[in-house]
Write a protein that binds this ligand. Sequence first.
Ligand code: GLP
Length: 255
Amino acid sequence: MEIWIVESKQELSIISAKFVAHTVRQKPNAVLGLATGSTPLGMYKELIQLHQEHSLDFSRVTTFNLDEYVGLSSNHPQSYYSYMYNHFFQHVNILSENIHIPRGDAPDPEWECKMYEVAITEEGQIDLQILGIGSNGHIGFNEPGSSPESVTRVVHLAESTIKANARFFTSIELVPCQSITMGMKTILINAKRILLLASGEEKAEAVKRMILGNLTPQLPASFLRTHPNVTVILDIEAAKQLRDVNKIPLSIVYM
Ligand code: GLP
């Protein structure tokens, strides 16, 4: 696991976008695993700019999103489909048939999960998987308790996640309590390279436990340490609890 610490969220956005751009330039038909949440918003903005001003081409790129709320249709304003469309897809030249997001309103969510897992496996590999982290250490919607063997499935959201995500809804009662998420195994097995982004002090504890704590389902992000190719980009705030980290053999780059 390589840790990069940057000055600001803006820098985090620029560097993560460069990562994605590099992947796409090296391999124009790259498969990207994409994340939602507030953390990667700046990265998507940068990518749009790279597309518009530096002809970064997404026409052969395939994407798989990590997760979607159960019960929300793709055109629901708070669905992750709407998030991706509004903040990224509509601004670049990606083909709609190359976009994959679990259907939150699928009539049989369990079947939807199975088919999503099959679609990812059939793709062969995800060249670059973008991840955020929840303040409880979740990735995607793999909440505490998630096994490293878990695959795409329907999960119940943790109380803390519902509270954290209520800011995107008009009231907390409207936050769905279930979602479809790629599993831990889905991510760990299929991603060739992983880029995890964390910004803000509210992530500092989870970041510290991810890097220095035990490998435990209680902090699903800790299992990323079992993957051979993970880069973590943190802003200063998210890295706040890593003060003693110089005593530990970690590859840390201060940007
Ligand atoms: C959400 C998403 C995750 C995301 C996380 C952090 O619940 N399912 O994929 O990484 O929460 O979100 P944010 O970046 O807004 O802090």
